[in-house]
Design a protein around this ligand. Structure first.
Ligand SMILES: *[C@@H]1O[C@H](CO)[C@@H](O)[C@H](O)[C@H]1NC(C)=O
Ligand SMILES: *[C@@H]1O[C@H](CO)[C@@H](O)[C@H](O)[C@H]1NC(C)=O
Ligand SMILES: *[C@@H]1O[C@H](CO)[C@@H](O)[C@H](O)[C@H]1NC(C)=O
Ligand SMILES: *[C@@H]1O[C@H](CO)[C@@H](O)[C@H](O)[C@H]1NC(C)=O
Ligand SMILES: *[C@@H]1O[C@H](CO)[C@@H](O)[C@H](O)[C@H]1NC(C)=O
Ligand SMILES: *[C@@H]1O[C@H](CO)[C@@H](O)[C@H](O)[C@H]1NC(C)=O
Length: 415
């Protein structure tokens, strides 16, 4: 089996897995462009009244009832201090990756002592037994980048407290995985997908450039062909769009992001993330309507998960060493909400008509968890000295994604 770098799942983990330095460069590009995001996009928002952006966004208000039968908005609230220990640790989670094992690499574990408290209710802690009973005989498919993978890792750790999953399939690059829970006959599939839509990396004389040609109106068949026999689909995308890329519609080049080219239109990355999300959701909806699926399918969109570099870019001394959630006045990425709002807007559109669509809206809760990333506390075999302020430690704040997801699933009663 390819033990090759279970432990290096950066957003470009297919590359860093490879003992090839150009891969590291691509990962780095991504991180640096997240930082670019901070400057070109988020920075301008810092000058504005923050509370307005956070709590008075009209779209955020809509999130209250975006999921069917919603009685309380689980996604707006605050983190409250609570010391009761995590649901698992690096000894009880057999699937823990080195790159998420922050305790082993010396991170102070006090960052675990916070609970997400929605304003109008309590969010129950993830109940692995309840979850496994609900998904008995079913399949859940995660489609997205390394943060989608991070979501799966959290779910595997939480579930393995009740039953240990078996990794029944893994491709050579570790981009496609199938996990099976025998006693509940439950399957988790995951596919590492950068853009949701078709994308080809530009190469120059056989060397990858980290720049992609992206067809916004064509769904990526890598995941789209695997949707049959899937009861739950969890999709997400964003970080790979924060870089120079070229975009096509109807086969025609229409513009680029982070490019400043004289004869080409510069497109806002939120616009393209929205379009890619729309294409993906429409494809799922169309498939549902055409009865391509053997089962009724619940599609969940997991919203944007922000990064928290401070003091510089990834390669410029950028770090994330906070030890508690950010206070309102410390917020870094208030503009993150704009991206999240765009994603939710696309989900709202597709909800009309057939098919079941919901949102696992993690953005607001994660915006303040600058203390939840590995930072310097991870295995950095390929990324010596760099801080990971993009992914999330396990156990950690990211476990709330599954607390939320279980409650959202329950709101769609037929599942
Ligand atoms: C778990 O973390 C502890 C540090 O508290 C470390 O000593 C140990 O090696 C880790 N165990 C595993 C299996 O990673
Ligand atoms: C497991 O679930 C599938 C449906 O997803 C079903 O076809 C199959 O018969 C089940 N297997 C067992 C052993 O129950
Ligand atoms: C899987 O579960 C079935 C019953 O659902 C049982 O008969 C079988 O022995 C189990 N297999 C393993 C490998 O645990
Ligand atoms: C590609 O390789 C050819 C032959 O080695 C060389 O002449 C050319 O300049 C290279 N192109 C680029 C863009 O590096
Ligand atoms: C979905 O179906 C509509 C109506 O038939 C069509 O216009 C659209 O292109 C389809 N979208 C995708 C992504 O398949
Ligand atoms: C975080 O790191 C910066 C830069 O190394 C340092 O100035 C600061 O004191 C650190 N903060 C904490 C809480 O450790």
């Amino acid at each position: 089996m390819n033990s090759a770098k279970h432990d290096t799942t950066g957003p470009g983990h297919t590359y860093i897995s490879n003992p090839n330095r150009s891969g590291v460069f691509l990962w780095i590009l991504l991180i640096s462009s997240s930082f670019t995001l901070f400057f070109i996009f988020i920075f301008p928002f810092l000058a504005k009244p923050k509370q307005v952006m956070i709590s008075e966004s009209p779209l955020l208000k809509q999130s209250k009832d975006i999921n069917s039968h919603a009685t309380c908005d689980l996604f707006t609230g605050k983190w409250v201090r609570e010391i009761r220990g995590p649901s698992y640790d690096n000894r009880t989670c057999p699937t823990m990756l080195e790159s998420r094992n922050c305790e082993k690499y010396g991170k102070d574990q006090d960052f675990l002592n916070w609970r997400w408290k929605p304003h109008g209710c309590d969010l129950p802690r993830f109940d692995a037994g309840e979850f496994l009973r609900m998904v008995k005989g079913k399949t859940m498919f995660f489609v997205g980048d390394s943060l989608a993978r991070n979501h799966v890792e959290s779910l595997l750790c939480l579930l393995s407290q009740v039953e240990k999953p078996v990794n029944v399939y893994k491709d050579k690059e570790d981009t496609s995985n199938i996990w099976y829970f025998n006693s509940s006959n439950f399957t988790i599939k995951s596919n590492f997908i950068k853009f949701l839509v078709q994308a080809t990396e530009r190469t120059i004389n056989g060397t990858k450039t980290g720049v992609f040609d992206i067809h916004m109106d064509k769904v990526d068949t890598e995941w789209a062909n695997k949707l049959h026999k899937t009861h739950y689909i969890v999709i997400s995308t964003s970080h790979w769009f924060f870089r120079k890329n070229y975009f096509y519609e109807n086969g025609k080049l229409i513009g680029c992001t982070f490019c400043s080219e004289t004869n080409l239109k510069e497109i806002n990355f939120i616009t393209v993330i929205k379009k890619a999300t729309r294409t993906a959701l429409e494809f799922i909806k169309n498939s549902t309507e055409e009865h391509h699926f053997e089962f009724k399918t619940l599609t969940l969109l997991r919203t944007y998960s922000p990064a928290h570099f401070e003091g510089g870019a990834w390669n410029d001394g950028g770090y994330c060493n906070r030890t508690r959630p950010l206070k309102a006045e410390e917020m870094m990425g208030v503009g993150d909400m704009e991206l999240r709002n765009g994603q939710v807007e696309e989900l709202e559109k597709v909800k009309k008509g057939e098919g079941e669509f919901g949102v696992v809206d993690v953005t607001e809760s994660m915006m303040v968890r600058a203390d939840g990333h590995p930072g310097k506390h991870w295995n950095d075999e390929w990324m010596k000295g760099f801080k990971d302020c993009v992914h999330w430690c396990l156990p950690g704040a990211v476990d709330v994604w599954n607390d939320m997801m279980l409650q959202v699933m329950k709101r769609f009663s037929s599942y």
